[in-house]
Design a protein around this ligand. Structure first.
Ligand code: ELE
Length: 356
């Protein structure tokens, strides 16, 4: 299965399933219960306009890469579900309520005993974010393959996985792999954002462990959604290629990711993104003139809208343009998830999305 990046719908397959209208698809879009389900952890999010150590008060929201993408996808009009575990502390119920309010199904997000993770956002002058985590031993990080419901995953058209979930614990890494296998078996497309977070991998074997987690998952991945240059580090070293992530630029990175997966969408921050779908390369410039308040969640919104548009049948180029607009809208707000009305129009299927 192949198609030009700016031509026919481009969600193909890495030797397995497909969610587009092509003949290989085993799951009829109409028959699926969900369009997009994701596995991960959502945390309580705390941030302030001032440097964290000087802020007299912090604002509370919530965020977690996969969940952020599901919210963006849900707002863009597809049916979503979140697979996780939620702590029964004072935040648990409000997390579940917030996700439901966004239209994200919580049927596979049981409330269990324990404390939910927390993360703090520090923002540099240019809007670039840094996270401080309090998430060791959280209920979500203790998820195991035994927590997965094969029918839930099999009832979706696409499954979104993340390297952050793999970094949480050994059982969460195994659950990520098990979910991918279930999806492959059921003919469900697998999308994967490697989202390399060195700080999360520190206690678990560092880059070598992160790379091993990436390598074990890739055979099941139909579409990979890395960021440049951060995620380039995960690629196995190549003879003659400098190990510096930015060496060779985004073009070289795209080629190297393309050697691992037939469909690559490489997010390049302010420069937009590059696509490599079945050998067809393309570049989509970012939205110009955006004042970056906080870059948190931009990549996740990008993933959610890109996948939504592909699931809608849009060509990858169009999907990427809409995803760039959604990411730009996110940059204008503090926190991972921007306020609902400011993000996009009420009828997302009717055309383009409007940045705030
Ligand atoms: O770091 C984690 O574990 C989280 O999930 C918290 C954040 O909400 C996302 O990381 C934001 O992701 P970006 O879209 O890449 O800014």
């Amino acid at each position: 299965m192949s198609g030009p990046v700016n031509g026919e719908s481009g969600v193909g397959s890495n030797g397995g399933s497909s969610v587009d209208s092509s003949a290989e698809s085993t799951a009829e879009p109409g028959a699926a219960r969900f369009d997009l389900v994701g596995l991960g952890e959502c945390m309580v999010e705390l941030y302030a306009a001032e440097p964290l150590g000087q802020a007299p008060a912090l604002r509370r929201s919530y965020g977690g890469d996969v969940l952020n993408s599901l919210v963006a996808a849900s707002r863009a009009g597809v049916r979503t579900g979140f697979i996780t575990r939620v702590g029964d502390d004072p935040f648990g119920e409000s997390l579940l309520a917030a996700w439901r309010e966004e239209g994200v199904d919580t049927g596979c997000a049981p409330k269990v005993h324990g404390e939910n993770g927390v993360y703090f956002i520090s923002v540099a002058e240019d809007g670039e974010r840094e996270f401080t985590y309090r998430r060791a031993g959280t209920p979500a990080s203790a998820i195991t393959p035994g927590d997965l419901d094969a029918a839930y995953i099999g009832g979706a058209r696409c499954l979104l996985l993340s390297g952050i979930t793999q970094a949480l614990s050994d059982s969460a890494r195994q659950a990520t792999l098990a979910a991918a296998r279930i999806a492959r078996e059921a003919g469900v497309q697998v999308a994967y954002d490697p989202n390399y977070r060195p700080r999360l991998w520190e206690a678990r074997g560092g880059l070598a462990a992160a790379r091993a987690a990436w390598l074990e998952l890739m055979p099941y991945v139909d579409i990979v959604l890395p960021s440049f240059p951060a995620d380039v580090e995960l690629l196995p070293p190549e003879a003659g290629v400098s190990p510096a992530p930015a060496a060779g630029g985004a073009g070289m990175a795209l080629r190297r990711f393309g050697a691992q997966c037939p469909q690559v969408a490489l997010k390049c921050g302010a420069d937009g993104c590059r696509l490599l779908f079945h050998g067809m390369a393309s570049e989509v410039p970012g939205v110009r003139g955006v004042k970056v308040v906080d870059s948190t969640g931009a990549g996740d919104a990008w993933n959610g809208v890109f996948l939504t548009r592909l699931l809608d049948g849009a060509p990858p180029l169009q999907a990427a343009q809409d995803a760039n607009a959604a990411a730009a809208a996110t940059l204008a707000h503090r926190g991972a998830i921007p306020p609902k009305p400011a993000t996009m129009g009420t009828d997302p299927r009717s055309g383009s999305m409007a940045p705030a």
